[in-house]
Design a protein around this ligand. Structure first.
Ligand code: SF4
Length: 423
């Protein structure tokens, strides 16, 4: 077992610009460090990302896949939350999903358009109907549902949340975790965490006694199950042996020790940085700018399939950002008049404008030829044709015919500048 650091934060030290404040201390409860599998995996991904999220408590952008997963979980929780049959009907299950789904707008859920959100809603309904049909013959009230517990161990207060726990007698339990992503990959750290904490949890023994009248000296996980809802496939995992759990726990204590020691150095990498919401705050991410192109070159060994996927991911992000940009620009256009505006970090110059667009190029050429105006347009660009249309000398008949081909579009030009002194 590793030696632990003292739990006091470093004292404030004088710096060039006055007192340097020490970084905020990690969250503790009764001197215990609050911990979980999510915290472990985020710290291992990038300690600075962990700090932004859990210490500085800077909110991440909502992610649509989390919103989708939690609505499916909520619906399944509703389905099994009965003490005895009958279970809710398929329609009631879908209604529970819809209720959860409608608690947030598509933007709050992390979708870039209403349409995408609606598509996923339909996907969720079909998924739940398939789940219902596949499992209805063996519906049984579980021992525990969405069971959340905090267990004290080695100076940590470790939280696990189990989607479903079934009791098999003799202190043995089966833990199910619902997965709603594209595919299922074994996450040993998550399995080990469930096993370690479930078996140490004193409340579970009490709950077994309360529910089944059985007094057990210990609780033992017999099996863990990942249930992949999109495919209705089960992925069972055997109980880990003591050596595996021991190695895993050393890893947990190592991470906890680093957190107590306020070690939050960034560990940049393509995988973790590409989905990180804190890039603009991260000194390792080139002061908030994308890394130079040469650093984005694929590593040796990357092949065309990898590049295609990478291109697709980048394109998707670009489309997503473009859609968000369009939406914010439209809101500014609605809220602002021509003029200068200032936020806390940026200033913006807003200018409304309008321009002509011409539907049918051939028809426009015909009108220009008919009235011998072709040469006045100089070139057949939008500017050339617009200057003919807006010329005071244009015969009324020609103006009328050109206007039949024209549509006036109004737009808003927004120029933003970052305020001085901000990076
Ligand atoms: S941008 Fe990369 S290095 Fe910086 S915090 Fe995010 S994951 Fe870590």
């Amino acid at each position: 077992m590793k030696k632990k650091n003292k739990e006091t934060a470093p004292a404030a030290a004088p710096g060039l610009f006055g007192e340097i404040k020490p970084p905020p201390a990690p969250a503790r409860k009764n001197g215990l460090l609050a911990f979980s599998y999510s915290k472990l995996s985020l710290y291992e991904e990038c300690p600075l990302k962990y700090k932004f999220k859990y210490i500085d408590k800077i909110k991440e952008e909502p992610k649509f896949y989390f919103a989708f997963g939690s609505a499916i979980h909520a619906a399944l929780e509703f389905l099994y939350a009965v003490k005895a049959p009958p279970f809710p009907t398929e329609d009631e299950l879908c209604e529970a999903f819809g209720r959860e789904w409608n608690l947030k707008s598509y933007l709050e859920k992390g979708y870039r358009t209403q349409q995408r959100s609606d598509d996923d809603y339909q996907k969720g309904v079909l998924m739940l109907k398939a789940y219902y049909a596949h499992n209805r013959a063996c519906f049984a009230p579980p021992f525990l549902l969405e069971y959340s517990t905090d267990v004290e161990v080695d100076g940590l207060l470790v939280r696990i949340i189990a989607d479903k726990i079934e009791y098999q007698g003799g202190g043995r339990v089966l833990v199910t975790d619902y997965k709603t992503g594209k595919d299922v990959k074994r996450e040993p750290a998550q399995l080990y965490m469930y096993q370690k904490i479930t078996e140490m949890d004193p409340r579970l023994k009490e709950k077994i006694a309360e529910t089944y009248g059985e007094r057990v000296s210990s609780v033992r996980i017999s099996k863990m199950l990942y249930y992949h809802v999109p495919s209705n496939k089960e992925y069972p995992f055997e109980r880990a042996d003591d050596r595996e759990i021991g190695g895993f726990w050393e890893r947990v204590l190592g991470v906890a020790e680093n957190i107590r020691g306020l070690k939050y150095d960034p560990t940049p990498g393509e995988r973790q940085c590409s989905w990180c919401d804190y890039k603009s705050l991260c000194p390792a991410f080139f002061g908030g700018h994308p890394p130079p192109v040469e650093l984005l070159k694929p590593a040796a060994g990357e092949n065309i399939e990898i590049l295609v996927d990478r291109y697709g991911r980048l394109k998707e992000r670009m489309d997503e950002l473009q859609a968000q940009l369009d939406e914010v620009a439209a809101s500014i256009a609605r809220a602002a008049k021509d003029g200068d505006y200032a936020g806390s970090q940026y200033t913006a110059q807003v200018k409304k404008n309008s321009k002509w667009e011409f539907k049918d190029r051939e028809a426009v050429i015909k009108v220009l030829n008919q009235f011998d105006l072709y040469k006045n347009a100089l070139t057949l660009t939008l500017t050339g044709i617009t200057s003919v249309l807006e010329s005071a000398a244009l015969p009324e008949e020609a103006r009328k015919k050109l206007l039949e081909q024209a549509v006036k579009k109004t737009g808003t030009e927004i120029k933003v500048v970052k305020k001085e002194g901000l990076i």
